[in-house]
Design a protein around this ligand. Structure first.
Ligand SMILES: [Zn+2]
Length: 387
């Protein structure tokens, strides 16, 4: 991970680079930053930078053998420790060393912007909390004794020291205080108040702030998460400086893509009512997606009717859609007109109302589709008579 891959945090990056270039790198550091600030990514970037023989004053090269291994989170002199717990594959005595593959996949999937709950989900353990055990501490100390394989610095990155078991942290105090030669230990924490005072006092604190809205908005666009910069700003505002939360909010938008695809398919069946069998199958699948999703599907219908009315009143510029969705919106609009728009609107509104009140979805969607078929017919007749 290069510094340039990390969102914002320019002041911290500069401070870290300077500490290396001026040869005053603290050997045990505590990176303290809130969730979604990128503190783990920064720790990895620092370690990669320290060990890159071709680094510039700005960044690691990203291309040398050392950087390539770091980019895969799999350098022989890079040691990760993190909370673990038993799961389906490790049924007893869990420790970080038993989960390295899962851990690297997890980092890879999230570009090292990780959250505890996501890690536990990745391990398939639901609400179970992890611990960093005394076994991990022994393993860490053993790794410190070994000579480094190929780089100048051995690096230990310990994520979530809040989760150190007391026996583990006692065992590590001396190591934190005096790591072996050419060793860099980075503790990556979120909550200072949960750290043992003995741990706090042995590490140099590097405070990492939450991200600015502008940094999140810019990153959403740069990483091609969206091309709509106004939308990116809205997401950033909802995300409280937390990149993970921004992605989660964005996912809500990705789901609405699913709603679009479902709704378009459903409408195609309603337009060709000769094929009741297909429509019926589709309605049955709608009964299985759960009430929240059913509601969203219906709200998408409501939104489509609304957009059609905008389109028909020369206000298409207000429609916040792009690509296929916009295309669909424009094609659908002529069929929503004086003959049916009010009833169409009411129909979707009522359906949402009934879903919220636990209506039987099988009956609701069947009833709804027959009414839609009729309303579409009325809209089509109206369209024909005005052309
Ligand atoms: Zn390099």
């Amino acid at each position: 991970m290069k510094f340039s891959s990390i969102i914002g945090q320019e002041a911290v990056k500069q401070r870290l680079r300077t500490s290396i270039l001026e040869n005053r790198l603290a050997h045990t550091q505590l990176f303290l930053g809130p969730e979604g600030s990128g503190s783990l990514a920064l720790a990895i970037a620092l370690a990669q930078y320290v060990n890159c023989p071709d680094r510039t004053p700005e960044d690691s090269c990203g291309k040398c053998p050392s950087c390539l291994k770091y980019e895969k989170y799999a350098h022989p002199d890079l040691h990760f420790f993190f909370p673990t717990t038993t799961n389906d594959s490790v049924k007893k005595e869990p420790m970080s060393a038993l989960f390295l593959k899962e851990w690297r996949d997890f980092l890879e999937n999230n570009q090292a912007y990780v959250r505890q709950e996501d890690w536990y989900n990745h391990l398939g353990v639901g609400n179970k909390q992890g611990t960093i055990y005394v076994r991990d501490a022994s393993d860490l100390i053993e790794k410190m004794v070994l000579k480094s394989y190929e780089s100048e610095y051995k690096v230990v990155i310990l994520w979530m020291p809040e989760k150190l078991h007391e026996s583990a942290s006692n065992k590590l105090l001396k190591t934190f205080e005096e790591p072996s030669e050419k060793t860099l230990i980075i503790l990556v924490a979120e909550r200072y108040e949960l750290l043992l005072a003995t741990v706090r006092s042995r590490a140099q604190l590097v405070k990492i702030n939450k991200l600015d809205d502008a940094e999140i908005a810019a990153a959403l666009v740069e990483q091609n998460k969206t091309t709509d910069s106004a939308f990116a700003q809205d997401l950033a505002i909802l995300s409280n400086g937390n990149w993970n939360m921004a992605l989660e909010n964005l996912d809500g938008e990705v789901d609405s893509e699913d709603d679009f695809l479902k709704f378009r398919q459903w409408l195609r069946y309603c337009f060709k009512p000769g094929n009741y069998l297909e429509l019926n199958k589709f309605n049955t699948s709608l009964t299985r997606i759960g009430r929240e999703n059913q509601k969203r599907f219906l709200q998408y219908g409501l939104e489509s009717v609304h957009n059609s009315i905008l389109q028909n009143h020369q206000q298409g510029a207000k429609i916040k859609k792009a690509g296929e969705e916009l295309d669909f919106s424009q094609k659908f609009a002529p069929y929503i007109n004086e003959a049916n728009q009010t009833q169409m609107y009411q129909l979707f509104n009522e359906a949402v109302y009934h879903i919220e009140r636990n209506a039987n979805p099988a009956i609701l969607f069947t009833d709804l589709s027959f009414k839609i078929i009729n309303l579409l017919r009325m809209g089509r007749n109206e369209l024909a008579s005005t052309r």
